[in-house]
Design a protein around this ligand. Structure first.
Ligand code: NDP
Length: 283
């Protein structure tokens, strides 16, 4: 079986990475979180997503510890707060992230969500960081289609490498317009909350009989089916967060889980994509 991969920033990456929200919140969990991330890297989940927001920089510190001695094996993504997303503020925020991560470059830096800085200013600040070698690529998060269209009007905006948005089987709003737009403009989508936060965002998702039946066809878990479903979409990758070793292993193994056309149809019937525009789902 071949693992599912995606073209991302000009290189081929496994289509499942690792999220880090809620890591770095408690000193008692620190060792486990570092070990989980390291295990994920060694099992092929080499893209790690973090943000200056998570645990006020604490998650970046955990990531820094996990990647020590193996920086070049990892595709490192962090995010800047909207209120730091321009000029010297962004340069300072990026520098602080690099310090906490113990590295001198990010592979990708994302605008976490749209704020009051003009997109033009954000793009210029991102370009300056690229020119200085502090970041290799830049992208955005939580931008709906109107904002993406506005970004495409900004000089240099088309260099945006990804849009990171909420997407899982029970939240399919982006399929109506944003995902097709990203696909036609060759902007990979990075799906956050691909497990609906272990079902907490959607009651009954993990217990749903159709999802369970598909999982049992493959002797897989529901989480693996949810990840396989997300990444079967063209140009879409998933960044589940897992601090539990068994979860990391399951998530890595989901790279090899290919759902059949019948199974995809069954899931599609059970969780319909909206037939009209809906507001971008966020957490
Ligand atoms: P996820 O959908 O990834 O769910 C995380 C939860 O699922 C955790 O409780 C985790 O438990 C559990 N889990 C992980 N693997 C499994 C498994 N195989 N079986 C059962 N449960 C599992 O939610 P997140 O909100 O964490 O989203 C993923 C990442 O996306 C974030 O960590 C963050 O990096 C990014 N993100 C970005 C946002 C943005 O605005 N750009 C917003 C939200 C998230 P445990 O930890 O115990 O293993």
């Amino acid at each position: 079986m071949t693992d599912t991969s995606i073209m991302f920033c000009g290189q081929r990456l496994p289509a499942i990475g690792q999220g880090t929200w809620y890591m770095g919140e408690h000193a008692s969990a620190r060792r486990q979180e570092v070990e989980a991330l390291k295990a994920g890297i060694s099992q092929g989940l080499t893209l790690i997503d973090t943000a200056e927001m998570y645990a006020d920089g604490g998650a970046e510190t955990i990531v820094g510890e996990a990647i020590r001695g193996q920086r070049d094996n990892v595709f490192l993504v962090s995010k800047v707060y909207p209120w730091n997303a321009g000029g010297q503020k962004m340069a300072a925020a990026c520098e602080a992230s690099l310090q906490r991560l113990g590295t001198d470059y990010l592979d990708l830096y994302l605008l976490h969500w749209r704020g009051s800085f003009a997109l033009k200013e954000t793009v210029e600040a991102m370009q300056a960081l690229v020119a200085e070698g502090k970041i290799r690529h830049w992208g955005v998060s939580n931008l709906d289609i109107d904002d993406m269209q506005a970004l495409w009007q900004v000089e240099g905006g088309k260099a945006c490498a990804t849009n990171q948005v909420l997407y899982h089987l029970a939240s399919r709003g982006i399929e109506y317009d944003l995902m097709p737009w990203c696909q036609s403009h060759e902007v990979p989508v990075m799906a956050y909350c691909p497990l609906a936060q272990a079902g907490r965002l959607r009651d009954g998702l993990f217990a749903h009989p159709d999802v369970q039946a598909v999982a049992s066809n493959h002797r897989a878990t529901v989480a693996q089916v949810l990840l396989a479903w997300v990444i079967h979409h063209n140009g879409v990758m998933a960044i589940p967060k897992a601090a539990t070793m068994a979860h990391v292993k399951e998530n890595a193994e989901a790279l090899a889980l290919i759902l059949t056309a019948e199974e995809l149809q069954r899931l599609d019937k059970a969780f319909r994509a909206p037939g009209k525009k809906v507001a971008l789902d966020v957490v």
